[in-house]
Structures are given as structure tokens and as C-alpha cells.
Design a protein around this ligand. Structure first.
Ligand SMILES: C[S@@+](CC[C@H](N)C(=O)[O-])C[C@H]1O[C@@H](n2cnc3c(N)ncnc32)[C@H](O)[C@@H]1O
Ligand code: SF4
Length: 374
């Protein structure tokens, strides 16, 4: 089987750890980056056979890919197969003219910057190293280097945040004219230091979340962005010289396509299997140095599980899902009820029946999808 078209590469290293973060990260340990890049390339050599030629998309995510030592990052990018879209995640304070030029030379055509907020007080609550000026400077440096596809990540529901702060963050982000924006509800894992420290305030934020979500959607759509996925927005083609600026890599996930993930904690979905590499750095590097596969968990995905996932992810998009693809996962009675309530829209055309959430349904999102599940 050689039909995987999306490659994810995990670079876990970060300068420090942000309290709210639940991603697989490794703090500091720069001296281990060379061995880690060797291991990534060894894993790609072992697993890359599933790729159907050059991938449509490659995504370097983290951690902080832009914290990788420049020589190692260049070596990695050079060894990766060419792709139709090559995205690198970056933290604002790591962007220098040298890094921006290196990324550009290496064929990176999309940079996803973790801004999170433009309010110094809120950035401090999140333990972010970058201040608002670092975010702006990073965007200018990337523009100077020739990047014309920049995405900004924002968070809402941050302890201490109010609606006016969110409005200011959205305005500051829009002033930078990014091609793409990801706006996430802050998720705080129960039992973490962050959650214990901000417990009562996180509860207050949880109550405000629905209102924040509507504010984000209303503001960004009014500013000419397409709300193409629950948390993702891109400039409308008519504002972008006809370009479709949706994140093609993530679109692959939402459309239920197979993908190969390499690196610690990376997940792959390949031909009915979900493979999850374990998070330990030393064991990962040692296994690949010995020419063996890294420690990982394998889950078999049956047709029903895939249909459920396809429904859950597909309904996050503003385009319809073919009912035939998700039929085993859909409760028909619930579908009729939700359609009558104006939360789901069923349409029929030459390709058969299709469903999507209405605008109101999208605001309720997960709750509607949960009810729809058989
Ligand atoms: C893989 S993370 C890391 C990117 C980069 N290291 C950074 O911090 O900007 C990608 C994005 O996920 C989002 N994110 C991280 N932790 C989150 C959380 N607990 N809840 C919601 N979104 C989160 C942030 O917006 C972040 O920019
Ligand atoms: S820099 Fe990004 S990946 Fe690293 S700890 Fe902070 S949020 Fe997580």
C-alpha cells in the first residue's frame, strides 16, 4: 500500500514549558537535537514506503520546530521529500532574519506562528516567552523573507481574559493581515499545575466560552475570512488573489485521509491502523540508532470507528460529508430531529445525500455531532 499523501514530523524541543501545554515536548537538551534528527530520518527511511511519491503536504510541528539548531533544521528540511505545501510551526521569539531565510531557501511556504495573545498580562499567565512586539516583529521578518502564507494561533478563555481583551487580540492579529488564523479555546487538563493555579477563574472562563467563540467567528468573517473549520479561518479567495488558503495538511486529517507521522509522540493512520509513537526521547533515539522501529502502540481501526471519526472530523468543516461515507455512524432519527431543529442540513445531488452543520449547528459543534452518533 503506497497511498499516503501527508507527512507530519514532530520536533519536540522547546526553550521552556508553557503551563497549559499538553503536547509532547522536551525542554532544552539542545545537544540531543542532532541525534534526534538522525532518528527522524531513520524512521522516515523505515516507514516512508507508504508514501505515494512526493507528499501533498509536510508539516513540521512541535514542540518548537523553530527552536531547532539551524544546522540541524537545514539538514532535516533538505532530507525531507519535496511537498506541495510545507508548513513549519514557529514561536515568535525564535524568528530571526537567518532562520526566515533558511526556511525560505529550504522550500517552506507556510509558517504557523504561535501568537496566543497580544496582552502582556495574559501572555505572562500562559508562561509565554514572546511579547506582543515579538509577534509583530516575527511577522515582519517573515514577510521580508518572502513568506506570503502566514498563520497566527490565538487562544481564548485565558485566565484573566475578558471580552474586550479578546476583541483587542483579534484586532491586533487582523492588523498583521495573516492569510490564516487558528483560534482555539484554551483547554486546561484537570490535575495540572496550571489548572490547580487557576481553578475558579477557569470555571468563569468556561461559562464565557460560547460567547467568545461567537465573537471570534463574527469578527473574522466580517473581516473577510472564511470560517472553514471550527477553529480555523483563511482569507477568502477574492481577498487573496484567488488562492485557496485553507491549511491543506490539516484538511487531510479532517477529510479522513491517511497520514504518516514521525518523531516522538507522533501518530500515523495508515491502512486501517493507528500507530502512536511513545513519548520518550531516549528510547526513540536508541531504537532507531539500532535500526529498529521506535516503541509504539498500534490500534486497529474497524469500518465503524473510521466512519465515526470521519463524521466527527468532517462536520467540523464548512463543506458537506457524503452520507454514504458515514452512514454506519449516523443515528437516522437523530439526524431528522436535528435537521428539523435547523442544526443539520441534508441535501441531495448527483453524488447522493450529503450532510453538514448549519451555522447555528456549528456553534454548538461537538454537542450536535455527539447526538448524531449512532
Ligand atoms: C503544537 S502547539 C505549539 C506551537 C508552538 N510551540 C507555540 O507554542 O506557539 C500549536 C498550537 O496549539 C495551541 N495549543 C497549545 N496548547 C493548547 C491548549 N492547552 N488548549 C488549546 N490550544 C492549545 C496553541 O495555540 C499553539 O500555538
Ligand atoms: S512553546 Fe509551544 S509546544 Fe513548547 S511548551 Fe510552549 S506551547 Fe507547548
Amino acid at each position: 500500500m503506497r497511498d499516503v499523501r501527508h507527512l507530519y514530523v514532530h520536533l519536540p524541543f522547546c526553550a521552556s514549558r508553557c503551563g497549559y501545554c499538553d503536547f509532547v515536548t522536551v525542554v532544552g537538551r539542545r545537544g540531543e537535537q542532532g541525534a534526534y534528527v538522525d532518528a527522524l530520518l531513520a524512521e522516515l527511511a523505515l516507514e516512508g514506503g507508504v508514501l505515494a511519491g512526493p507528499p501533498e503536504t509536510v508539516f513540521l510541528g512541535g514542540g518548537t520546530p523553530s527552536f531547532t539548531e539551524l544546522g540541524e533544521l537545514a539538514r532535516l528540511l533538505e532530507a525531507l521529500p519535496p511537498a506541495g505545501e510545507l508548513t513549519v510551526e514557529a514561536n515568535p521569539e525564535t524568528i530571526t532574519p537567518e532562520l526566515a531565510a533558511l526556511l525560505r531557501r529550504a522550500g517552506v511556504d507556510r509558517v504557523s506562528l504561535g501568537a496566543q495573545s497580544f496582552q502582556p498580562g495574559l501572555l505572562a499567565v500562559l508562561d509565554r516567552r514572546a511579547g506582543p512586539d515579538d509577534v509583530r516583529r516575527a511577522v515582519y521578518l517573515l514577510r521580508d523573507a518572502g513568506f506570503d502564507n502566514i498563520s497566527l494561533d490565538l487562544l481564548y478563555g485565558i485566565p484573566g481574559q475578558g471580552a474586550a481583551d479578546l476583541d483587542r487580540d483579534l484586532a491586533e492579529a487582523l492588523a498583521l493581515e495573516p492569510e490564516h488564523l487558528s483560534c482555539y479555546e484554551l483547554e486546561a487538563k484537570p490535575g495540572t499545575r496550571f489548572t490547580v493555579a487557576h481553578g475558579a477563574e477557569l470555571e468563569r472562563q468556561a461559562e464565557a466560552m460560547e460567547g467568545y467563540f461567537e465573537r471570534v467567528v463574527d469578527t473574522l468573517t466580517a473581516a473577510g475570512y472564511r470560517w472553514y473549520e471550527t477553529a480555523n479561518f483563511c482569507l477568502l479567495p477574492e481577498r487573496a488573489g484567488g488562492r485557496d488558503l485553507r491549511a491543506r495538511h490539516n484538511l487531510g486529517y479532517w477529510l479522513g485521509r491517511d497520514y504518516l507521522g514521525i518523531g516522538i509522540g507522533a501518530v500515523s493512520t495508515v491502512g486501517g491502523e493507528r500507530r502512536r509513537n511513545l513519548p520518550g526521547l531516549a528510547r526513540y533515539v536508541a531504537a532507531l540508532a539500532a535500526g529498529t522501529r521506535p516503541p509504539r502502540e498500534i490500534e486497529l481501526l474497524d469500518g465503524d470507528t473510521r466512519a465515526r471519526e470521519r463524521l466527527l472530523l468532517g462536520l467540523r468543516l464548512d463543506e458537506p460529508v457524503a452520507l454514504a461515507e458515514v452512514a454506519p455512524a449516523v443515528d437516522r432519527e437523530a439526524l431528522d430531529r436535528l435537521a428539523a431543529l435547523g442544526l443539520v442540513e441534508v441535501s441531495a445531488n448527483g453524488r447522493g445525500e450529503e450532510l453538514r452543520l448549519t451555522r447555528r449547528g456549528r456553534f454548538l459543534g461537538g454537542a450536535v455531532t455527539a447526538e448524531l452518533l449512532a
